[in-house]
Design a protein around this ligand. Structure first.
Ligand SMILES: Nc1ncnc2c1ncn2[C@@H]1O[C@H](COP(=O)(O)OP(=O)(O)OP(=O)(O)O)[C@@H](O)[C@H]1O
Ligand SMILES: [Mg+2]
Length: 364
């Protein structure tokens, strides 16, 4: 087990910087997810940690040991990739035993370790089969089994379940999380799926275009995104954004949009310091922080028109047309509105965000 420290790390392919000045601390025994869209530098980061890619600048430490120049085989890490990379002609047992054989362990010990890992992953009955006789989920478990038999310092999982079907992915999410907690081995887990990162990780490192955007717990990243990009990437359905003016109005400060005005709380005004007299901000509000009704409520409300309803089992997502934008609202499946109906939205005053229109930086 090891703490992993990534300090001022850069990866350049020629002139192209794929990873820019990355700083991440992953505590010993914890589950860190690197989250970001395709091409943001996740795999490049993983390959530098594993030793499969040269570190252009900066340092990586396992505990207090700088590992930049350590050969991959001496780093004591186990990797699992999206393509399981199993040996097709070997049985499940031999695939899992391979890393131990390479280390010259005796056959009794190998049998014991493979047996334990197979039990943990519930693939004990499959040990005699070959990869082509397995389902995708079973192959994935064999690949994970091969990674855990040798009790490494660190697991590096790179989109390991990305191409399984949705139901199996949900199942494997729980299994991998449970496995990591049981073994207590430090895990770095790459995904572009925010739901995976949110549901599994202790800490999420959100990356975009080679740069770390935010490092925090799933709750922090969801509730207090540092910028509009993170706010829009994390959460499904995505956060709604509306450009609004900030106006002083008889002592009150208002967030003004063609469809509505919201009085700001004093602490919100403080966060917007300097912008009080005017200027625009991007308001961000998640679909579940909006309420929708067909009758105009007593409190100030945003008038709009139902554009479309999507029933998602236990929830309904209603897309509402405002004068210059559409927003999505999460409500109950019993919502009676139909496309074309007039409707009214109210905002939970504690649950919206304001971002700078130019930099996207969060005021709150
Ligand atoms: N060997 C390479 N040579 C040149 N450019 C590369 C190389 N490997 C990756 N890149 C580029 O670096 C950037 C980051 O790639 P990387 O594989 O780290 O992304 P990723 O976040 O893992 O994406 P994905 O989710 O698609 O796997 C991309 O623009 C990619 O095209
Ligand atoms: Mg990748």
């Amino acid at each position: 087990m090891a703490k992993v420290s990534i300090r001022n790390v850069w990866k350049k392919y020629g002139e192209f910087p794929a990873v820019k000045d990355l700083n991440i601390e992953c505590p010993d025994g914890s589950f860190l997810s690197i989250l970001g869209p395709s091409g943001c530098g996740k795999s490049s980061t993983m390959r530098m940690i594993a030793g499969l890619e040269h570190i252009t600048a900066g340092d990586i430490y396992f505990d207090e040991q700088r590992i930049n120049d350590l050969a991959p085989k001496d780093r004591d890490v186990s990797m699992v990739f999206e393509n399981y990379a199993l040996y097709p002609h070997k049985t499940v047992f031999d695939n899992m035993a391979n890393p131990l054989k390479l280390r010259g362990q005796d056959s009794a010990r190998i049998k014991e370790r493979v047996g334990q890992a197979a039990n943990l992953l519930e693939i004990g009955e499959l040990l005699h089969r070959r990869p082509q006789e397995l389902s995708g989920g079973q192959k994935q478990r064999v690949a994970i089994g091969r990674a855990i038999v040798r009790e490494p310092k660190l697991f590096l999982f790179d989109e390991p379940i990305a191409h399984l079907d949705a139901k199996l992915r949900a199942h494997m999410r729980g299994e991998i999380k449970h496995l990591q907690r049981t073994l207590g081995t430090t895990m770095i887990y790459v995904t572009h799926d925010q739901l995976e990162a949110m549901s599994m990780a202790d800490t999420i490192a959100v990356m975009h275009e080679g740069e770390l955007q935010q490092l925090g717990s799933p709750r922090e990243v969801y509730n207090n995104p540092v910028n509009a990009w993170v706010a829009g990437f994390v959460g499904e359905p995505a956060m709604n954004f509306l450009t609004c003016d900030v106006r002083g109005d008889g002592g009150e400060v208002l967030l003004a949009h063609p469809n509505f005005g919201i009085a700001l709380k004093p602490e919100q005004v403080k966060c917007l310091n300097g912008r009080k007299g005017g200027g625009s901000v991007r308001m961000g509000v998640r679909p579940d922080a909006l309420n929708i009704a067909l009758e105009r409520p007593a409190e100030p409300a945003i008038a709009g028109e139902v554009f479309v309803n999507e029933l998602l089992g236990g929830d309904m997502i209603v897309e509402v047309q405002l004068s210059d934008a559409r927003v999505r609202v999460k409500t109950s499946p019993e919502f009676p509105g139909n496309p074309g109906d007039k409707c009214y939205l109210t905002v939970n005053r504690d649950k919206w965000h304001a971002f700078a229109t130019d930099t996207g930086k969060a005021y709150f």
